[in-house]
Structures are given as structure tokens and as C-alpha cells.
Design a protein around this ligand. Structure first.
Ligand code: GUN
Length: 282
């Protein structure tokens, strides 16, 4: 039976480290502030934003909340971002996605100053990551790297397979693993021999958005399995990931549960990015 990688505990440790450094900055007269923008009232987004604000409170980061009506225009949103870019008291700007359909998400992401892009979604942040210069890294893949390191998984020279190629997880994940000297393969919906490739992985990161798609037959004995997916099991309150946990845990060496694996790391990394932003302009 695989060892569990406890994302709740690891994210708590990371938040406590951030909290300590935020307090040190405060003692030097430096405040850390995150601006959170939510447009409309999507229930899931409202919950996520609430959790981000709670994490700010916990770590001592100020949160400035902008809850805008569904009818907000592109111009109004762009003006708010411009004002926050110019506001020296704001270190990070987060626009909760998805935005209502009439708004141009890409334009909004590009409007955020790369110096305050704590989500790491701006093309400049993505470019910086890809050429290996300092910049903000997308929170979920950054959290996966912490889970791997803090669970004692060897990254250097490991065969890492990433299943999924999204801009938010799969692509930055593969670059981060490469930065850690892993040998990286990216798989997606057109990949041939998916099972064979996964079975050769020392580290398997699954981010495809399909419930229980990867079962134990895809996993090498002793591999580390990271499940980025999160789904509600039909008709229940239970959650599952992209990995069929029960069969995977019989083969893997280490595995993240859902919930309590990757999920809590995303917000902890967001707090860390806010801290890093404040340290950069200190
Ligand atoms: N919506 C779902 N995940 C995220 C995230 O990490 N950042 C933002 N801004 N919106 C999201």
C-alpha cells in the first residue's frame, strides 16, 4: 500500500513559513497585500475566493476584495486593473477565472502587471518560466513540486510523465520538472501507447479532468503518483481525482489523495507568491 502524500500538512507547513516571513516584513514596516477580483456570482468561484481571503487572513497578508457585478464591462475591469497596477500598496493582483462570457479573459490576464501576476498566467511569467529566469509560477504546478520535494521524491534524473497539457497545469508542470533535472514526457489526448508511457514513469502527474481515468494498470511499482484532478462523484458529496485511488495505491510507492493532496497546495503557493512579490519590491 502506497504512502500518502499529505497535502493538508505540507500546505499548512508552507503557510506557516509564509506567515512567519510576513510577520518579519511587518516588523520592518512592510505590508503584503493581495487584490482579489471576482466578477459575477459563480458559486464555485465564490467559494475559491472566500478560501483565498481566509488564507490571507491566516498568513497576515492584507486582502483587498473587489466583488463586481456580472454586468461589469471590459473597460471597467481594465480600469480597475490599471489602478491596482499603479497602486504601490498592492503586491499581487488575482482575477478569479472563469470570467463571464462577455469579458475577454486573455486581455484581462495581459493587463495585469507581470510584477503583480501572482497567478503566473501572464505570457511574460510563462516566458520567464520557460527560459529559466525568476518570475511568478502558476500555483498548482508549483505546489506539486513542493509536494514531491517535501515527500522525499527524487526529481533529479527521474522519469517524469505529465498527463495533460493545459496552460495552467500540464505545460508549466513539465517545465518545472525539467528545471529539477527530471526527464519529462508530456502526454495528451492524441498520445499513442499512453499506458506504456505512464508505466515507465518514476513520477506520474495526472491533470486531465477525467474522473478515475488512470488506474493501477498504468502505474509502475513504487512510482510517485500526483493527482491534480478533482471531481464530485455523481449523486454524492464525495470527491475523486483523475486517478482511481484504490487500485493506484496498491501499486504506487507514494500517492496524493483527493481531497487533501494537491488542492490545498494551490492556495499556499498563492500566499507564497504574494510574499515573494513583496520581497522583490522591498
Ligand atoms: N480558477 C480556477 N483556478 C484558478 C486559479 O488558480 N486562479 C484564478 N485566478 N482563477 C482560477
Amino acid at each position: 500500500m502506497a504512502e500518502l502524500i499529505d497535502g493538508k500538512k505540507i500546505s499548512q507547513d508552507l503557510k506557516d513559513e509564509v506567515k512567519e516571513k510576513v510577520a518579519e516584513l511587518k516588523a520592518q514596516g512592510v505590508e503584503v497585500t493581495l487584490a482579489v477580483i471576482l466578477v459575477g456570482n459563480d458559486p464555485a468561484s465564490t467559494v475559491y475566493v472566500g478560501n483565498k481571503k481566509k488564507a490571507c487572513e491566516y498568513t497576515g497578508i492584507n486582502s483587498k476584495s473587489f466583488e463586481l457585478p456580472e454586468e461589469t464591462t471590459q473597460e471597467e475591469l481594465m480600469k480597475l486593473i490599471k489602478d491596482l497596477n499603479e497602486d504601490d500598496s498592492v503586491n499581487g493582483i488575482l482575477v478569479q477565472l472563469p470570467l463571464p462570457k462577455h469579458l475577454d479573459e486573455d486581455k484581462v490576464i495581459r493587463a495585469i502587471s507581470p510584477n503583480k501576476d501572482v497567478d503566473g498566467f501572464h505570457p511574460e511569467s510563462v516566458g520567464r518560466l520557460s527560459i529559466g529566469v525568476p518570475g511568478f509560477v502558476s500555483c498548482t504546478p508549483a505546489g506539486v513540486i513542493e509536494l514531491l520535494k517535501r515527500s522525499g521524491t527524487v526529481l533529479d534524473g527521474a522519469n517524469a510523465v505529465v498527463v495533460g497539457r493545459s496552460n495552467i497545469v500540464g505545460k508549466p508542470m513539465s517545465v518545472l520538472l525539467l528545471r529539477e533535472n527530471a526527464t519529462v514526457t508530456i502526454c495528451h489526448s492524441h498520445t499513442k501507447n499512453l499506458k506504456e508511457i505512464c508505466k515507465a514513469a518514476d513520477i506520474l502527474v495526472v491533470a486531465i479532468g477525467q474522473p478515475k481515468f488512470i488506474d493501477g494498470s498504468y502505474i509502475k511499482e513504487g512510482a510517485t503518483v500526483i493527482d491534480v484532478g478533482i471531481h464530485r462523484i455523481d449523486g454524492t458529496k464525495k470527491l475523486c481525482g483523475d486517478v482511481d485511488f484504490d487500485s493506484a495505491a496498491e501499486v504506487a510507492g507514494k500517492i496524493t489523495p483527493v481531497p487533501g493532496g494537491v488542492g490545498p497546495m494551490t492556495i499556499a503557493e498563492l500566499m507564497n507568491n504574494c510574499l515573494q512579490s513583496a520581497l522583490m519590491c522591498k
